[in-house]
Unconditional design. Structure first.
Length: 334
């Protein structure tokens, strides 16, 4: 999806979508700078519940099933954790949570699906290591399917206070938030149901440490919501221009976002005001798919057809239209 990022960043620089990049860069500060070459394709990032000041980072699918404990003040890699027994087909997100006994866990999401074709995706739950040393850990795996049809997704949200979980799909004009069952099963497929429609090209999401807010990010902006999904939007926050911004998490205090990008060694800190925008608006609630939608679940989506028929360069032009559609979607909500 590198063509996607190139087009999105170009449009942001031109001022077509999002806030002024210069203003975003003025508000954002560099927390630290990664030196680990394995972080060239950061895809997900979350805060640690067990180790204050530590972030957990993972790379895209090519990086294998590894998690990296990173000092959030210096960006120094503290430990490398191999997750054994998983395939790591397209790891796209990581989130912090707790198990039923209240113990800190990490959820690693194998949910990327550029062709909208996988009948199932996987969530892997790992107990957060007590010791920050190089080690191998096992995971408990949960199979997930969407109620309507397969989707590409890069965002997983977990409320660390309640354990509720949501996936956010990544489509061009708009995506959707899908709620996962309150009690996940390892013996059967867990069905995710749509609860809200959101903007397009969502590359990551995260619930605040106190569970009161959540954030969705795309290649240009972050949008903060009060409450659990669907929630109430408190506005957009322009993000610093990045080559391919695909990671976001909250600071432990919940007063700022930490954002990272592929091919960018900066960890950026973006302040979050209590009310991010001038006027709060609700997300669009999403009912369960209609019978007609369910009946056509096996049919490929428009994005699937485009991906199969056109080379990446032409696909970038299609994505440009999708980024423009985001702007129109936001203007319609204003």
């Amino acid at each position: 999806m590198r063509a996607v990022a190139a087009v999105a960043v170009a449009l942001a620089a031109a001022g077509v979508v999002g806030g002024p990049p210069a203003a975003a860069d003025e508000e954002a500060t560099r927390a630290c700078q990664f030196a680990d070459e394995r972080f060239a394709e950061i895809s997900g990032m979350t805060y640690s519940l067990r180790h204050p000041g530590v972030l957990w980072v993972h790379a895209d699918s090519g990086g294998g099933p590894y998690l990296y404990a990173v000092d959030g003040r210096t960006c120094r890699t503290i430990a490398t954790v191999e997750v054994t027994g998983i395939e790591a087909r397209d790891l796209e997100a990581i989130a912090t949570g707790r198990d039923r006994k209240g113990r800190p866990v990490l959820w690693l999401a194998d949910i990327g699906d550029n062709l909208d074709s996988w009948p199932q995706v996987w969530l892997h739950r790992i107990r957060e290591p007590r010791a920050l040393v190089d080690q191998a850990v096992s995971a408990r795996t949960y199979s997930v399917s969407y109620r309507d049809r397969p989707h590409n997704a890069e965002a997983l949200m977990v409320d660390p206070t309640t354990g509720r979980m949501w996936l956010v799909t990544k489509q061009l004009a708009h995506g959707r938030i899908y709620a996962l069952p309150r009690r996940m099963s390892t013996s059967s497929v867990n069905v995710a149901r749509p609860v809200a429609r959101v903007g397009g090209l969502v590359t990551d999401a995260a619930v605040s440490p106190d569970g009161s807010r959540y954030v969705l990010r795309d290649y240009v902006d972050a949008e903060v919501f009060d409450g659990e999904p669907p929630g109430l939007s408190s506005g957009l926050i322009p993000l610093p221009v990045q080559p391919q911004g695909e990671a976001v998490t909250w600071t432990p205090e919940g007063d700022a976002l930490l954002v990272a990008s592929e091919r960018d060694d900066r960890l950026m800190r973006v302040p979050v005001p209590r009310t991010a925008g001038a006027e709060a608006v609700a997300t669009v609630p999403d009912a369960d798919p209609s019978p007609s939608a369910t009946a056509t679940a096996a049919a490929p989506s428009a994005e699937t057809a485009i991906a199969g028929l056109l080379p990446w360069l032409v696909g970038a032009g299609v994505v440009a239209l999708g980024v423009l559609a985001i702007a129109g979607w936001r203007r319609a909500r204003a």
